[in-house]
Design a protein around this ligand. Structure first.
Ligand code: GDP
Ligand code: IMO
Ligand code: MG
Length: 421
């Protein structure tokens, strides 16, 4: 397994941080390739809990983290994150692609303003400037990491960009003024702090692959937040699917051997947009409380519901997932009955695919298969065979439906609460 990839198959927060940390022990490099500090990846080591937003989770295991060209970087957040880790005794080994786009102060302001403009139709973004930054990248008005190291090029770009942003500020009735000199100084200062990390990362990564080093890609968000294949427009603005790793790092797709899809044993979502299996009832409360389902980035409560296999199958197909890691199985402990969505009813017709039209998605009624629950999973369970019979039935059903082997079952946030199957 020279190059492998961990991605979320649902709406994010599947436990990617935990699983990436687990697999990092065998990796040389851990690479983030999309998203930005909208992500919140949690790693539990003994009593210590680390929540990383930008720095790849592998640094906790002492591995080199790479922030690929496909990531959008808020330098202020990154510098804080580096410093916070240092205070806690970890000096992260880190590289940042010179081509990564930079989240500017005006992106954050515009993210909030766009949401306000949308009123009830708002996306429920993390307000970290992700959407406006990716929009600028695609319309070729982005600032890239390399620009933070060159006063002249940054200044020239700001001369073109800022008047457009000022017009947008007028449209959105934003009072704040954009002071070019202040912005230039602030971002050149960030450049000074980050200078040693900014490199042509794609060259480093390809050299590593060619010399047989092990690479682990760390996806952020999940398939249903992918800008093409998710619940558009209630998505993020990047390609969260496996294909994004190639684009967001400069690695040819044929190099990737293993694609590990993380499936939370139920479903959660933060922000707006449809969630077909949502449970606004005692079940939802059980999942939220037992699962500690509050956003690692914004602290917002996560909406909770039953596992949706229409969603997970959609993810497996699009990303060519080769292995499944089930997480948070322990959260289902104590439920009498557990349901899994296997199809939708759309306008009285059964469908087994995820519709493109968001209004159709809103009309989809889940068709469930019922399972008997189990009381508890004994702490210290380290073998699949030792799981409760009903839990094994649940997992085997998932495996059979997806036609992809389950290779990991996670039964708690800590490293040793992981069963290799
Ligand atoms: P990510 O964004 O996919 O990395 O996931 P988050 O870190 O945002 O959210 C997952 C949460 O569940 C974190 O608080 C993890 O510590 C926790 N977690 C991960 N795996 C398990 C598990 O198997 N059981 C329980 N109870 N918690 C878990
Ligand atoms: P991790 O990597 C869960 C959601 C936001 C919002 C939508 C768009 O921790 O799984 P954005 O700020 O990206 O423009 O917001 O996407 N979202 C996430 N939800 N986990 C995440 O990351 C998310 N990153 C973005 O809540 O609905
Ligand atoms: Mg998260």
């Amino acid at each position: 397994m020279a190059v492998s990839l961990v991605i979320g198959t649902q709406w994010g927060d599947e436990g990617k941080g935990k699983v990436v940390d687990y697999f990092s022990k065998d990796a040389h490099y851990v690479i983030r390739y999309q998203g930005g500090n909208n992500a919140g990846h949690t790693i539990k080591v003994g009593k210590e809990i680390y929540t990383l937003h930008l720095i790849p989770s592998g640094v906790i295991q002492g591995k080199t983290g790479i922030i690929g060209n496909g990531v959008v970087v808020d330098p202020e957040v990154l510098i804080d994150e580096i410093n916070e880790l240092r205070i806690r005794g970890i000096t992260p080994k880190l590289l940042i692609s010179d081509r990564a786009n930079i989240i500017m102060s005006y992106h954050k302001i515009l993210d909030g303003a766009e949401e306000k403009y949308l009123k009830n139709a708002k996306i429920g973004t993390t307000k970290r400037g992700i959407g406006p930054c990716y929009s600028d990248k695609i319309s070729r008005k982005g600032i890239r990491a390399i620009d933070l190291l060159n006063k002249e090029s940054l200044s020239k770009k700001l001369d073109i960009i800022l008047p457009i942003k000022e017009k947008l500020f007028e449209i959105y009735k934003i009072d704040e003024k954009l002071d070019k000199n202040m912005i230039l100084k602030k971002y050149l200062d960030y450049g000074k702090s980050l200078r040693d990390y900014i490199v042509p990362a794609h060259i480093e990564i390809n050299k590593a692959i060619n010399s047989g080093k092990k690479i682990l890609f760390e996806g952020a968000q999940g398939t249903m937040l992918d800008v093409d294949f998710g619940t558009y427009p209630y998505t993020t603005s990047s390609h969260t699917i496996a294909g994004g790793s190639s684009i967001g790092s400069g690695v040819g797709p044929h190099h990737i051997n293993d694609i590990i899809g993380i499936v939370k044993a139920y479903t959660t979502r933060v922000g707006g947009g449809p969630l077909p299996t949502e449970q606004i009832n005692e079940i939802g409360k059980h999942l939220q409380t037992k699962g500690g389902e509050f956003g690692a980035t914004t602290g917002r409560p996560r909406r909770c519901g039953w596992l949706d296999l229409v969603v997970v199958k959609h993810s497996c197909m699009i990303s060519g997932i080769t292995k499944i890691a089930i997480t948070k199985l322990d959260v289902l402990n104590g439920l009498d009955k557990i349901k899994v969505c296997i199809k939708y009813d759309l306008n009285k017709k059964e469908i087994d695919y995820f519709p493109a039209n968001i209004d159709d998605v809103k009309k989809c009624r889940p068709i469930y298969k019922d399972f008997k629950g189990w009381k508890e999973i004994k702490s210290g369970t380290s073998k699949f065979e030792r799981l409760p019979e009903q839990a094994k039935k649940y997992l085997k059903f998932i495996e059979k439906e997806l036609k992809i082997p389950i290779s990991i079952v996670s039964i708690g946030p800590a490293r040793n609460e992981t069963i290799e199957v």
